[in-house]
Design a protein around this ligand. Structure first.
Ligand SMILES: C=CC1=C(C)c2cc3[nH]c(cc4nc(cc5[nH]c(cc1n2)c(C)c5CCC(=O)O)C(CCC(=O)O)=C4C)c(C)c3C=C
Ligand SMILES: [Fe+2]
Ligand SMILES: [Fe+2]
Length: 390
């Protein structure tokens, strides 16, 4: 168990326990303060071409996202993409924008607030903050604020259930870039993925079941994941196999046979080969083949965003119906569903384990009480069967 910092009081002898330094007075912040940083991709600050250009420039300069040699890529990026794409993407963002901002940011902030409340209700003294890899609120700014608030332990959780270097490693890069600019560092933990976490699978399944309870069942359930370049898989990215595992676990949980579901990959960017089968051509093929109803869900996206609300729920629907399909449903992402917040809580608690996060007014756990005893310089006398320490 890590011992807490002594805040400079170490030179005063402690008569009760000579080998221990005297702890600070109990009113002082004697135990480390812990935060969870709930990180997502980020959105432009506004659905306008200039804001989208700034966002895309930061996003598409990330070496984790585009691995083409810089000199060539910068020519393409500045010469074509950042001239053409911002206006087109801004119109798409405008079609899904909420009064409070981008759906991705609104849901991510809400998830952070709900996780904060749930952890507090379970007796943890933990601050939860949302942070975005691109645009705002930036990861570095959030870490600065947390540190100014006295936080010295940070658990980095990401809104990417499946690991990819393009997303997960990029968030880790942003956090470690911040650490390189700071002298006094908090303890930091990262979670790489939770693609097979039973509570995550259960949250996905219950979202589907709730939808089907109201709207009936489809002929086909399409599970659409964000794509990445096929080359990344050949270079060792585990993303594809984690997506396929998530999909299989979900299909098993929903008791779907092989002909009742399929996996596709969406959001192809550029001309290179990405993970296949691609979502939109698949929807067109299903419509043309006379499949009456498809339901599409996006298990890799905990929050609805441009890629689900516009690309799937609008463009995907249009592609399927135009090709001859009869009925199209988009099943919303988990967003703020209670079962998803439960899954996030379990994930956070598992990875916070060993850090003393017990609030002073909460019933002490064995770990928490032992830590307090060590801080006070008093050895624990006995541990009751219910975990109470005297
Ligand atoms: C699983 C999550 C994601 C992976 C993997 C991912 C890889 C990836 N994305 C691009 C390019 C773009 N993605 C864009 C939007 C976007 N991407 C994700 C998630 C993953 N991306 C989300 C949640 C969003 C939506 C953000 C929002 O504001 O709602 C965009 C911007 C939109 C646009 O202009 O079309 C681009 C560009 C690449 C190149 C890539 C892997 C190599
Ligand atoms: Fe550049
Ligand atoms: Fe993306």
């Amino acid at each position: 168990m890590p011992l807490p910092a002594t805040h400079g009081a170490g030179s005063i002898p402690n008569p009760a326990h000579p080998t221990m330094p005297t702890p600070p007075p109990s009113s002082a912040p004697s135990s480390p303060r812990t935060a969870v940083l709930w990180c997502n991709l980020g959105s432009p600050d506004a659905p306008t071409a200039p804001a989208v250009r700034r966002y895309l420039s930061q996003f598409l300069h990330d070496h984790r996202v585009v691995e083409i040699p810089r000199a060539i890529w910068c020519l393409i990026l500045h010469g074509i993409i950042l001239r053409v794409r911002p206006a087109k993407s801004a119109a798409k963002y405008a079609s899904i924008w909420l009064a409070e901002g981008s759906p991705l940011k609104v849901w991510t902030a809400r998830q952070a607030a709900l996780l904060d409340a749930r952890l507090a209700a379970r007796g943890h003294r933990v601050t939860v903050r949302d942070a975005m890899r691109y645009a705002n609120p930036a990861i570095g700014d959030r870490l600065d604020t947390l540190q100014a608030e006295g936080v010295d332990r940070v658990l980095v959780l990401q809104a990417y259930p499946q690991y990819s270097a393009t997303t997960t490693a990029s968030v880790i890069d942003a956090v470690t870039a911040w650490t390189q600019r700071r002298r006094r560092l908090p303890e930091i933990r990262f979670v790489n993925d939770y693609h097979d976490d039973p509570a995550y699978i259960e949250a996905l399944a219950q979202g589907v079941e709730a939808w089907w309870a109201v709207h009936g069942r489809p002929d086909q359930l399409v599970m659409s994941f964000h794509g990445i370049p096929a080359r990344n898989i050949a270079l060792g990215d585990p993303y594809q196999s984690q997506c396929l595992r998530t999909a299989q676990l979900l299909a098993d949980r929903l008791q779907l046979s092989a002909d009742q579901h399929r996996v596709t990959f969406q959001s192809r960017f550029g001309r290179a080969k990405w993970l296949e089968p691609y979502t939109e051509p698949t929807l067109r093929a299903l419509g043309a083949a006379g499949v009456g109803r498809v339901d599409v869900m996006c298990p890799g996206f905990p929050s609805d965003c441009l890629e689900t609300l516009e690309e799937i729920a609008m463009e995907g629907r249009e592609a399927f119906l135009h090709a001859g399909g009869k009925t199209f449903h988009f099943i919303p992402c988990m967003n703020d569903s209670a079962v998803w917040i439960d899954a996030m809580t379990g994930l956070a608690e598992r990875h916070l384990a060993g850090w003393d996060t017990q609030a002073s007014n909460a019933p002490p756990t064995v770990d928490g009480a032992l830590a307090q005893r060590l801080r006070d310089g008093t050895p624990p006398l006995s541990i009751e069967s219910d975990g109470t320490v005297f």
